[in-house]
Design a protein around this ligand. Structure first.
Ligand code: GH3
Ligand code: MG
Ligand code: MG
Ligand code: MG
Length: 301
């Protein structure tokens, strides 16, 4: 399998003894995180480094396990994390309630170690497949960069962030020049190869981890630059344009260069409540059109 990174289990229990028993049982195979109360459990679940499975005690002071589960299932960031209750509440109605909150499993104490381990293993295997499916559904098959679906998710998130923190947000639309002629000259397979090289080079040229490149469709790529003003966006666009020229991919039927080139439309907005994401796309599209009109292999903003 592609992603063989060790999966992480978050064990939540107010009893250290219970935590140690579970941790001892599972730590050889999986990475373990622990929380001794609901508040810490939520903090860990909402962090960047999310657990793959949560083993959740029910009876805890302050916030009980049911409440923790409700909050995790209510939030889009955490609702996909599988939760297994591990609890002394062994009445059928307790189990029914726990499962009704969205927990994937319900295990009663005292636990049988091999059964817990087997169930945990099953849940984590399903989780791994689900992650892989999600990952694959977000990647463009030809170039390996993000696809439009992932881009849509990213822009939704970054738009909200930009609104909240009053940051500017920039979008670059990158389009290969005279690509139809390229296909006509070298054939469709060579065209695919060219798309791959252009995509990889664009991606490698973006330096900040939050910058996102996606294949927008055909021979067009979109590049989202969070917290980036117009001047910086223009600089990035110029780096991208130069990187593609620098690849020196022969394009003998291009009327403007002996190599493959791109035109880039740049748009920058400071989002406010009246604005819509579509405005950013419209602006970058119009800029791209101008860059083409002005002779291609250039930036317009
Ligand atoms: P311009 O400089 O105005 O952008 O001209 P262009 O020829 O690049 O633009 P046009 O939109 O006329 O043609 C885009 C071409 O991109 C046509 C299409 O066959 C090609 N194309 C789109 N997707 C793929 C693909 O996945 N593989 C290959 N090989 N070609 C593709
Ligand atoms: Mg307890
Ligand atoms: Mg083109
Ligand atoms: Mg195009």
């Amino acid at each position: 399998m592609k992603d063989e990174k060790k999966q992480t289990i978050l064990i939540v229990d107010d009893s250290r003894t219970n935590i140690m028993a579970l941790a001892d049982l599972l730590k050889d195979v999986w990475a373990i995180k622990i929380a001794t109360n609901g508040k810490d459990a939520l903090r860990i679940a909402f962090s960047e480094d999310q657990p793959d499975l949560i083993l959740l005690d029910v009876m805890m002071p302050d916030m009980d396990g049911y409440e923790v589960c409700k909050r995790l299932k209510a939030a889009p960031e955490t609702k996909h994390i599988p939760i297994v209750f591990v609890t002394a509440m062994n009445q059928a109605k307790d189990e029914e309630y726990g499962l009704s909150l969205g927990a994937i499993d319900y295990i009663t104490k005292p636990i049988s170690p091999p059964i817990v381990k087997a169930r945990v293993n099953n849940h984590l295997e399903l989780k791994r497949y689900r992650d892989l499916l999600k990952e694959n559904s977000m990647v463009d098959g030809l170039t390996g960069v993000a696809n439009r679906r992932r881009f849509d998710e990213a822009i939704e998130l970054e738009w909200r962030r930009a609104l909240r923190y009053e940051h500017s947000l920039s979008l670059l639309m990158v389009d290969i020049d005279y690509f139809k002629r390229y296909n006509d000259t070298y054939g469709h397979l060579e065209g695919d190869e060219c798309l791959r090289k252009v995509a990889i080079t664009l991606k490698q040229t973006l330096k900040r981890p939050l910058d996102m490149l996606a294949r927008w469709g055909g021979e067009e790529f979109a590049c989202l630059l969070p917290d980036t003003d117009a001047e910086s966006a223009f600089k990035v666009a110029e780096q991208l344009r130069k990187a593609i020229v620098g690849l020196q991919l022969p394009h003998e039927s291009s009327p403007i260069s002996e190599y493959v080139t791109v035109s880039i439309g740049v748009a920058t907005v400071l989002p406010n409540a009246e604005m819509h994401r579509e405005d950013l796309f419209k602006q970058s599209d119009e800029a791209l059109y101008k860059a083409k009109e002005n002779g291609r292999n250039q930036i317009f903003m």
